[in-house]
Design a protein. Sequence first.
Length: 222
Amino acid sequence: MGIVAKVDANHVVTSVGDIPLAPVVDELDGHDRGDWPVVVDELVTRMVRSLLDGATRLTDATLADHVVVKILGDRERAGRSFAYARPLVSTATGQPVPGFVVALAWLDDGVELLNDAALAEVDDLDSAYRRGFERLATALADDLDVVRQGNIVTVTGSSWLVSSWPLAAGAGRPIMAEVGCDVVIGIEAANKVLVSASSHARELDDALSASRVADPFAWHID
């Protein structure tokens, strides 16, 4: 990140402030060793960003202007802990969608997932989620490219948040105009989603690759 740092016992001394190492150790506990570099990178990046905003870790105040919600698949967790995350509930069935949760992320120049350790000092998660839904809708307002081929619509964009468009108020209207409001959604990647009318669910499933984020799920577009 371009910041000179020195490790000193149980903390890191940097030009923007000290970073405690105990939260890093706590987060790594129980994770597979192969996942450690990813976990450490995410947590230290989050701590540095928090220091730059004048806080030792994320608080309600520092989070407020940057939080956004993100649909998160099991395969994207990479061993990281998201115990705070909430179920993704299908608007078509009213039931939680297997393999997915709704997590929080930091949106600035890029998008960074926020795990349990990063949010340890955030008291009002309800408020964070409300702001996150609002900011997602704003972030995706001009960042969805909708292309139809046969019975399948492909939704792409430049942002890692494209796969979360079902959560953004109004974002589904272009898709609804193509295939109706009762659809099946398949997340191929963070910036690529396939959608079809519910009657073409099998066709959509066949169009997804083996590396899909998770299996398709039913959704009703408002």
